[in-house]
Design a protein around this ligand. Structure first.
Ligand code: PLP
Ligand code: ZN
Length: 463
């Protein structure tokens, strides 16, 4: 089969190269589900062609960087005017504000002198997304999807009637319910049996159709995710935060990195050396790294920080996948892989051909790298206990490109970091939202970054 041509702009599968046909939504790869062991995940390509980093300040990040979003580009490519698109972006933000009390506003980011004694000479920068719509960064992803659907609707590609579906027990479900309500679309939410009753109550108040999914003995993977996939097969639209199911979800998530990039730019072009991000399904960290990469391509920042992905000792499929891909690269180099992750990452920065070969192998042999965590995962950071890191491929590649590595943290460290976030940083983050800070504190003790700037994202409010 001849490889499909790379489109100038649009979505293309990292695994099989399929491009999204005209008129189809950029959600899952059209070849996904056809069997085999290829990683199917669509990625936006050509996003920087003709794009510019607008200098016009806007408090709403979706308005501020609208020209970089797929919703806007797609509308423009299909003949919608700036006025029509502005209206869509402003109207949906206003509707979100009606549902949640406020719309999207850039959230705080800056350096702090707090915790200096724990940082080994590194300078800590904190992004606080706990005040975002729905109390976490998740609404960024879903706003990007909802804006795309509004544009698709205006172009006659979506009748607005198909229900939306998401699997989640917390922040993503709340965010989806707020944005779906604002967009006046029905939403089914698949939740586990142990979902927080307060969250369920809020979901129901927002009009979501809540469906509880018990785990079944002997069936690997998340039952909520399976039920969500079945709903999508039955015609629902994936209104979710997993890139392989809904590639356009990665788009809105980039706003968080653009906001950080702009602050760095205004601070005289301050370079960020590392960003520590808590990882569950992986869409968030994928958007962070893509967002920084685009900000660099468009000249806003000079350097993409190393991505340090943080998971818990209760469930760490991503560090496992990174270990396997890096081991494959060293196997090809016929060299022993250093056991220290930073040494591994550093050594591989100088070996792009071996890295590309290992990534190619990983794309074609998914199950050898990423599989559902074998035991039911437990951690106080329950928002990042996804059995599988769905966006693993983009993240392993992102760590390899940036020279970053993964960190696994114990619950004690997460509990401590949550306390420090509240007391020292004055941010009321949840355990999940503070897990990246825990990773930073643990990792900086092992891999000091004296004189460097490191960032953490406190991404979810304590409820
Ligand atoms: C507060 C918070 N931070 C980070 C994450 C991780 O995001 P992702 O699942 O996209 O990796 C989640 C949710 O999963 C979350 O709720
Ligand atoms: Zn594919």
């Amino acid at each position: 089969m001849a490889a499909p041509r790379r489109p100038a702009e649009g979505y293309r599968c990292v695994g099989c190269g399929a491009v999204v046909p005209a008129g189809a939504h950029p959600f899952a790869c059209p070849a996904r589900g056809a069997g085999g062991d290829v990683e199917h995940a669509l990625e936006r390509v050509g996003a920087d062609v003709g794009a510019t980093w607008s200098a016009a300040w806007e408090p709403n990040p979706f308005m501020r960087w609208r020209e970089l979003t797929w919703a806007y580009r797609f509308g423009r490519l299909n003949g919608l005017s700036e006025t029509e698109l502005r209206r869509i972006f402003l109207d949906l933000d206003r509707a979100v504000a009606k549902v949640d009390g406020h719309g999207f506003r850039q959230t705080p980011f800056g350096p702090t002198k707090a915790l200096a004694e724990r940082l080994g000479g590194a300078e800590l920068w904190v992004k606080d997304d706990t005040g975002n719509v729905g109390g976490s960064h998740k609404a960024r992803h879903l706003m990007g999807v909802a804006l795309y659907l509004e544009v698709a609707g205006l172009l006659g590609l979506d009748d607005g009637q198909r229900p939306l579906a998401i699997a989640s027990c917390g922040n993503a479900a709340l965010a989806a319910a707020v944005v779906a309500r604002a967009a006046e679309r029905p939403l089914a939410v698949f939740i586990p049996t142990d979902a927080d009753p307060a969250v369920v109550e809020r979901l129901e108040a927002l009009g979501a159709d809540v469906r509880v999914c018990p785990r079944e003995d002997g069936v690997p993977g998340d039952p909520c995710y399976h039920a969500f996939q079945a709903a999508v097969r039955a015609g629902a639209l994936p209104f979710c935060v997993q890139g392989p199911d809904c590639a356009v979800t990665l788009d809105g998530g980039e706003t968080i990195a653009w906001e950080m990039a702009e602050v760095l730019e205004k601070a005289g072009g301050a370079a960020l050396d590392r960003v520590y991000v808590q990882v569950g399904g992986g869409a968030f960290a994928t958007s962070v790294v893509h967002g920084f990469e685009r900000a660099k391509a468009l000249g806003a920042i000079a350097q993409v920080p190393r991505l340090i992905a943080v998971q818990t000792a209760g469930c760490w499929p991503l560090p496992r996948a990174w270990e396997r891909v890096t081991a494959e690269a060293f196997r090809r180099l016929e060299r022993e892989a250093p056991s220290d992750p930073r040494e591994r990452a550093e050594a591989l920065l100088a070996e792009p051909a071996a890295v590309e070969a290992a990534l190619e192998h990983a794309r074609a042999h998914r199950s050898a790298y990423m599989a559902p965590w074998e035991t039911p995962p437990h951690s106080v950071a329950h928002g990042i206990l996804d059995d599988e890191t769905y966006d693993w491929y983009a993240l392993v590649r992102g760590m390899l490109r940036t020279g970053g590595w993964p960190v696994v943290v114990e619950d004690d460290a997460i509990i401590e970091a949550t306390g420090l976030a509240r007391k020292a940083l004055k941010v009321n983050a949840s355990h999940t939202g503070a897990a990246g800070l825990a990773g930073a504190l643990v990792d900086l003790a092992q891999h000091p970054a004296s004189g460097e700037r490191v960032a953490v994202v406190l991404s979810g409010v304590a409820r």
